[in-house]
Design a protein around this ligand. Structure first.
Ligand code: IPE
Ligand code: IPE
Ligand code: MG
Length: 236
């Protein structure tokens, strides 16, 4: 599958359905998150072998703090544990890690913050694949934060042409291209506060498959379907 010929540089994934996967098996919801690691790993390896340039995954939303404290605590633990165990492997393969979200939030444990900044630094010269972890991410926060910084820095210059041209510089990762394809697993057809600005012209695809059961086969299917879509960007 040649992604370049299809102009497919950036895939974003809403990894959903971990809880339902676990409940179906009579397990705790947290077992579903743990099981999702395999699908994430497969997706990263798939991205590497297909020369994808950007892969963005939604790992924790600004609304996910409303889950039970046990689940939130597990997710914080799991995210740092995953980084500790796997970052070296992906670093060697040329993966550059980025973390997208409100990373200064005091609700995030210090150890997670440290691991994220270390991992970003450690992989900063890698060029094979940009892997973006959306963590404590919400589009409202990203856009409101951007507006605040924009106004503070450009007090004299706020006219619409200037904003149209410069506003992207105030998103969390200005150099991140907009996703070409968004995949959401587990059947819900909504964005859940994910990349509202950046998904304006993205092709959307929804899979019934629960995230822990998602595999390379589904990614290949998504690329196949993407290659049939005609992107017109408002032109006729
Ligand atoms: C997605 O799976 C993972 C996170 C939100 C962290 P869910 O935990 O939302 O799984 P469901 O939607 O309850 O099945
Ligand atoms: C979106 O999934 C967040 C992540 C996958 C991290 P949710 O399961 O939290 O979203 P809703 O509640 O179905 O909208
Ligand atoms: Mg969910």
């Amino acid at each position: 599958m040649n992604l370049k010929d299809n102009n497919l540089d950036h895939i974003a994934i809403i990894m959903d359905g971990n809880g339902r996967w676990a409940e179906k098996k009579g397990l705790e919801r947290t077992a579903g998150h743990a099981a999702g690691e395999e699908s994430l790993s497969k997706s990263i390896h798939w991205a590497l072998s297909n020369n994808l340039k950007w892969l963005t995954v939604y790992a924790f939303s600004t609304e996910n703090w409303m889950r039970s404290s046990d689940e939130v605590e597990f997710l914080m633990f799991f995210n740092r544990d995953l980084l500790k165990r796997r970052r070296e492997e992906f670093n060697k393969l040329g993966v550059r890690f980025h973390f997208l979200g409100d990373l200064n939030d005091e609700k995030i444990p210090e150890e997670n913050k440290l691991l994220m900044s270390e991992t970003e630094e450690m992989t900063s010269s890698n060029t094979k694949l940009n892997l973006v972890f959306a963590f404590n991410y919400g589009s409202y926060n990203e856009i409101h934060n951007g507006i605040t910084n924009f106004i503070n820095e450009n007090k004299q210059n706020v006219d619409i042409d200037y904003v149209n041209k410069q506003f992207r510089d105030y998103l969390y990762i200005p150099q991140m291209p907009d996703p070409d394809l968004l995949i959401r697993t587990a059947g819900e057809q909504r964005l859940s506060n994910f990349l509202l600005y950046q998904l304006s012209y993205t092709e959307l695809m929804f899979f019934e498959t629960l995230w822990p059961e998602f595999s390379e086969k589904d990614l290949n299917k998504a690329v196949e379907e993407f290659s049939k879509r005609k992107r017109t960007y408002g032109k006729a």
